[in-house]
Write a new protein. Sequence first.
Lengths: 260, 286
Amino acid sequence: MKRFANLVLLPLLTLCVFLGGWEAVVRVFGISKIVLPAPSAIAAAFGEGLLSGDFVWHLAVTMSEILGGFAIGAATGLLLGFIVALLPLAERILYPYIVAFQTVPKVAIAPIIVIWFGYGISSKIVITATIAFFPLLANTIMGLRATPHDQIEMLTSYTASRWQVFTMLRLKQALPYIFVGLDVAIVLSVIGAIVGEFVGAKAGLGYLILQKNFNLDMAGTFAILIILSAIGVGLHAVISALQRRVVFWMDTAGERVVGA
Amino acid sequence: MAEAVPLRVPPAPSTVSVARPHAVAEMPRETLVHIAGLEKIYATKDGATIHALQNVSLDITAGEFISVVGPSGCGKTTLLKILAGILSRSRGDITMRGAALSGPSRELGVVFQAPVLLPWRTVLANVMVPVEVQKRDRAAFEARARSLIALTGLAGFESKYPGELSGGMQQRVGICRALVHDPSFLLLDEPFGALDAMTREQMNEELQRIWTESRKTVLLVTHSIPEAVYLADRVVVMTPRPGRIVDVIPVDLPRPRTLAMHNTAEFGRFVARIRAHFNSAGMLDA
């Protein structure tokens, strides 16, 4: 009960106080709705957008950009991570370029990608993929190198081949790192898709934000921001749930001790 | 706990070619492992060389229990790792039943200082690691794995994960893993060093019982002189810099040995004789 109060009731109460204060400030000081809309106005804009079907269509576009870009970027990062971690030569050849690529701000190359891939969905997928790529690459490399030496010695002493050490040990030890990479990448993917839509698009939640901004529809903009953060939180939750199932041994250690 | 568990471990399935160590009664017993002129020289980063092992020679008889004692840095773990095939040697020969031993062997079972269990595998799956690595018949060896788990007092914990076990229990899993593929030579690298004194004595008793049951050839590396004497047929004494064998002491205390023997005058004489080597070298480590 106390746990429930701490975890749910308290944050909920904080939110109510915050929203109530916001509403009161806007009304008491008569703040213009094109500067700061009241929570009630945002809620109304939110409902309107949902009912008209506007949000659903643009949400679908943005989600496909996020998931498509994430899938391509993460898969590429994972694959290159394996290559770099397992082939020292590949590391020497590729790594300087990978780092150089990472230091280029993706926002800065977004306009180029839009010119190359057009105003449709594909340019957003490419931009998102370039952003989602690096966290997976870096974490895969780190994870594959994180195997404790004594575990490798143990397996080797039982005549394990290099391939067996890889499949039975290093792959498993890399999983927690890979999940950290996936978690970072999925959140960055949301940013990637929106940045892409800002640069030039015909549909999507980022496109919708720009449109509402032009029309000075601040309440509508805020309503979309709520959707965007819900997407981020939801996708993060999916990855976390997956992580708890796949790398179950990470948080169970020490928690369920049955014998001493 | 020790009395309750079944003591019979079924022999490894017949698909395995490993011969069981010869019966105790068989009188001149064969030499299982022959170590001659073993040297290990390390080069440090600043260009200096460290003589970790110098001219180490030893014959180990099949079924024998050897303890290797010495202070930290005497090269005893280096010796064990070279025997286990996970460390290269600079010079010298090792043969097992006459065949050269270089690199890891299916006939070895190693227990490490830390249990080194894989946290994503259950107790049973951890014990089965050598069987999987060596692509032996999984179904046939699982019965043996379960018996070993019961023999070490872990019955009922087969499907638990290492994170749910205490340090002593984890090390028992490590011992089961080293025995599951029925190796003829068991290497133990300070396996009980991290355990408290009570658990350690209990584990020593259990190890003696397992050894009596299985009649494996055992090489135990330890820095505890009483542990070495309690378990061994012969105690190999090493001193550091360079690491070499200074004495090999046969321990003819009757078996099975009891913990109470620690307090006998005879036991004390063995301990004193070993300790004298370290005193003379100015090392009062153990």
